[in-house]
Ligand binder design. Structure first.
Ligand code: NZQ
Ligand code: ZN
Length: 385
């Protein structure tokens, strides 16, 4: 096992009325001016916004509103948020939404104290060391952003979708009430499942050390997510399935799965980010397309690992095992080929070029040059069958 230091400071408030309990937490922590960050309207339509606002008022907390965060959040809106937070002298942020809302809140929190351009953090020319405290009410279980220090933002100039991360960006507390996810559509729920599965797969396959503990934990977590989403699609209000799914998605990217791994990387994410940056498709849909193609490419290097996974999950190995994974993704309603989301063979070069830029010369991604990424993406074309 690789040496490690593990620290995850986010407090999780899970279950009934968690969205109200977290307001008491903000109050007890001594914060007074809250900036409510939310998305394109789901929280207003389902009544959550009103419930949270009433509780803020009851707790005599001043609050200001910042909605309009879009899926695949963009830099220009982050900058508006930083200005709004500064103008209103807020002392904490309450993000109410999915990964996009939480990621944008993190970027606003980091930009609040920074005199330069917040994009510096995403380019890696500066590292956030101070941020406004962040609280979250999760309405869509998928990304793990509610319990990690990462934020993914797209710079519209050049379609750059980059990540920043810092210990100061972990939320102070996150409210996870599975009932808040009952209204997430079947397609969005399946998209979330693909994302959560991919988070576990990346470390599981790319780690450079032998770690049976991680192998078994990863297989159990992926199997659980698969069973949960199947139940959710049959009954979107199945509390136990939504609860298990919600906590599994958090565990998939809160750091616990990557403890002790050596030199693991996120190649599926490296390849997907340009797809959602250029074509504005949901991140999980992009991953549903990339994962089977990447597995087929990776199998040529590491057949035993891929066959073990496919046998455990689908009782099949080799090309049949990967086909079974793709079939399962299709079965939950996801796209698995580039053309399914309107991406053409002629777009592959631009995606690969963008991905190589995103890797920023990292030695860990040395196998992922433009040619390899093009080869992987070609396997995701319909005619590659
Ligand atoms: O905007 P609203 O109206 O709220 O609607 C959202 C949005 O349309 C809707 N939604 C959310 N909760 C709902 C709901 N609809 C009905 N009922 C509810 N309870 O769902 C749609 C998608 O929301 P979004 O937040 O974009 O989805 P997700 O949570 O999958 O986040 C995706 C973003 O997170 C990034 C992705 O790249 C993408 O930009 N990621 C962040 C990571 C991190 N910070 O650790 C890691 C991931 O790998 C990922 O890259
Ligand atoms: Zn992801």
């Amino acid at each position: 096992m690789q040496d490690f230091v593990f620290c995850n400071p986010t407090k999780i408030i899970f279950g009934d009325e968690a969205e109200l309990k977290i307001v008491a937490d903000i109050k007890e922590s001594g914060y007074k001016k809250v900036m409510l960050v939310y998305g394109m309207g789901s929280v207003k339509q389902n009544g959550l916004y009103d419930r949270v606002v009433r509780r803020l008022i009851k707790n005599e907390l001043y609050f200001t509103d910042f909605g309009g965060v879009r899926p695949n959040p963009v830099l220009s809106h982050v900058k508006e948020g930083i200005e709004w937070a500064q103008r209103n002298s807020v002392d904490c942020l309450l993000a109410v939404g999915g990964g996009s809302v939480i990621d944008e809140a993190k970027a606003i929190a980091a930009g609040f104290y920074y005199e330069g351009d917040v994009w510096d953090f995403f380019e890696g020319v500066a590292t956030p060391t101070k941020a406004l405290p962040i609280f979250t009410i999760l309405t869509l279980a998928a990304t793990g952003s509610e319990m990690n220090g990462g934020s993914v933002i797209t710079n519209e100039e050049g379609a750059k979708k980059y990540v920043m991360s810092s210990p100061c960006l972990y939320p102070k507390a996150s409210a996870l009430n599975p009932a808040l996810t009952f209204g997430v559509s079947p397609r969005q729920s399946a998209t979330a499942a693909a994302d959560a599965i991919s988070h576990v797969l990346e470390g599981y396959f790319t780690k450079k050390n032998n770690l049976p503990l991680n192998d078994r934990m990863a297989e159990a977590l992926i199997k659980t997510i698969m069973k949960d989403i199947e139940k959710i699609l049959k009954n979107p209000s199945d509390y136990d399935a939504r609860a298990s799914f919600m906590w599994s998605a958090t565990l998939a990217l809160n750091g616990i799965m990557n403890v002790g791994l050596k030199e693991f990387i996120f190649p599926n994410h490296l390849i997907e980010r340009p797809m959602s940056a250029i074509f504005d498709i949901p991140h999980g849909e992009g991953l549903s397309i990339v994962m089977p193609a990447w597995l087929a490419w990776f199998r040529a290097k590491e057949p035993k690992k891929v066959d073990r996974f496919c046998k455990k999950m689908f009782k099949k190995s080799g090309a049949d095992g990967i086909a079974a994974f793709e079939e399962w993704l299709c079965g939950i309603g996801l796209p698995t080929r580039l053309e399914d989301v309107g991406i053409k063979a002629s777009d592959i070069e631009a995606i690969a070029q963008n991905a190589v830029m995103g890797a920023k010369g990292s030695a860990l991604y040395k196998e992922y040059d433009k040619k390899s990424i093009e080869d992987i993406l070609k396997k995701a074309l319909k005619q590659s069958n």
